[in-house]
Unconditional design. Structure first.
Length: 146
């Protein structure tokens, strides 16, 4: 297994600036009942309140925001059967970039593009940039920017 380097602090700050005003500031909540049952303080970062319902929006938006104008012109393609696909599709739409999502045929129905409220601009994958899960430092930077 390859080890990921931790992002530099300035990269986290850049990610935070890119996400400012776009990503929702989701709450951190606690539960007195769970704290009592566990004998510990438990905190929940409620990313289910994030755009498209998952923290992956942060990584998708940060990755696409980091593309050069030439790269944006090419469009993007991603491969996923879930939240990553939705995050990249929404981020592409917000940037006005052509996106193609490749999903396995057995992906859950709720995760398929025809169920997405944001729609999906779609076209051929030829020449597009691949935005893969966890393959770019932008995902880690955006997670740390919360």
């Amino acid at each position: 297994m390859t080890q990921q380097r931790q992002p530099a602090y300035d990269a986290i700050e850049r990610a935070s600036r890119r996400l400012h005003g776009v990503a929702h500031r989701t709450p951190v909540l606690t539960s007195a009942t769970l704290n009592q049952l566990s004998g510990a303080e438990i905190y929940f970062k409620c990313e289910n309140f994030q755009r498209m319902g998952a923290f992956k929006f942060r990584g998708g938006f940060n990755a696409i925001s980091s593309l050069s104008p030439e790269q944006r012109q090419r469009g993007i393609v991603t491969f996923s059967s879930g939240n990553h696909a939705q995050a990249v599709a929404l981020a592409a739409k917000l940037h006005g970039i052509s996106a193609t999502v490749v999903m396995p045929s057995n992906a859950p129905a709720a995760k398929k593009p025809q169920r997405w409220p944001m729609g999906l601009p779609s076209s051929s994958t030829t020449g597009k940039l691949k935005i893969a899960k966890k393959s770019r430092p932008h995902w880690l930077q955006s997670k740390a920017s919360v």
